[in-house]
Design a protein around this ligand. Sequence first.
Ligand SMILES: NCC(=O)CCC(=O)O
Length: 462
Amino acid sequence: MSEKTLTEEYVSKFSEKTPKSREIWLKLRKLTPYGVHSNWRVFEPHPLMLQKAKGSRVWDVDGNEYIDYTMAFGALVVGHANPVLLEKVKQKMDEGTIYGYETELSCKLSEVVTRRYGFDMVRFSNTGSEGTLLAIRLARVATGRSKILKFEGHYHGSHELLMVGVKPDLKHAGHPKKPRSVPTGFPYHVVPKELAENVVVAPWNDAEAIEEIMKVHGNDIAAIIMEPVAMNMGVVPAKKDFMVFLRKIANEYNSLLIFDEVKTSGMWYRGAQEYFGVKPDIMVAAKAIGGGFPFAAVLASKELLELVGPRKVPHGGTFNANPLSVYAAYVTLTELLTESNLAYTHKLSEELAKGYRDIIEDKGFEAHVVQVANKGTIYFSREEINTWRDFVLKVKWGPWYVWTLGMVIRGIIPQAMAYDEQWTISIMHTRDDIQKTLEVANIVAAEMKGRATEAIAIEESI
Ligand SMILES: NCC(=O)CCC(=O)O
């Protein structure tokens, strides 16, 4: 009888520990595709079904406790069931959940948000997808141009306008310096050809390539949109001089610069502009700023945002600025995601990264850690990852999968359970959590050392 591989061993242990998750998932799979309500939750052999959460911890339906670094894909920098927030929101709920009217608090929150991020005006909605949709619409109307430049591998939500070059299959993606506008879902054309043609795709962190692309398309580009730290190929920050270059070239061609800060707005007090020293024309903030409630904000100058209005640029949404999300965001931004609390998350994140680096060095793994503010990931590759192509071609997925399972079966969810995601550290994580995580990481690494891991192919997760 052949011996089990470590992958097989961990998959068996995972299944043994989570039978109820599996049972529910098998039922759910008959009712919703892949048994998940967001494609990002697909996980082999089955996703976890959670029961409850508190602080840095989550519990699954089998009663297993985990230290969680998914933090709802970064939406929970305040931590699970933050007591300060919940106490207030529970009381607020007695006053009703949604009105379809503005409130005094939506006015106060607009003041807080515009002051914090340094813009004249703001429009609220619920999700990052809605936010990037409005940002693109505004840019097109403001410039009278149709084309958008985005970066290969960057994800801006699940709408057709930007589901191009998101996780392109390299067989179809063309030259690395001049990527093709591959629609997501290829070859099924989820995104109509006419829409994909209006999206010009460029390589991340490659100023030379962008200069050439802008020479061809620059006068038709309404906006350059980016995640300032690319979050769907692990964690790939813009190089600082690249960011300065993007601001400059956008100005040169009269294109707008849009920061999709769905994830980065929860990293620094003033968002990515604080870290990069570059200010966008339009900022889309979401996830963490709502404290775990659906909330997004599109920020821009008065000149740009005043294009929105009846018989002008359409923008609506029944749930926009609903009193619960608004109150949650207000408490989150004024009491919880303070400068000192965010600095605390950065410190823990640095400690985690250092601990992981020590383990990698000690075990001689072909891997490295990237950490920025309260986010980070381990790449099973020694080489630096700067672009989507690097990510696909240089990172090994077998060790990543084994590592993730090895941690999960010992009570640590090291990052969102998708290969392209990262860890998020909340203000409710503790030094003790980091310590425990590193102890487990040491055990998993010791088991992995010297054991081969099966090569696995990466799959589109959207
Ligand atoms: N980085 C991608 C996400 O955060 C998406 C989560 C989801 O839509 O479920």
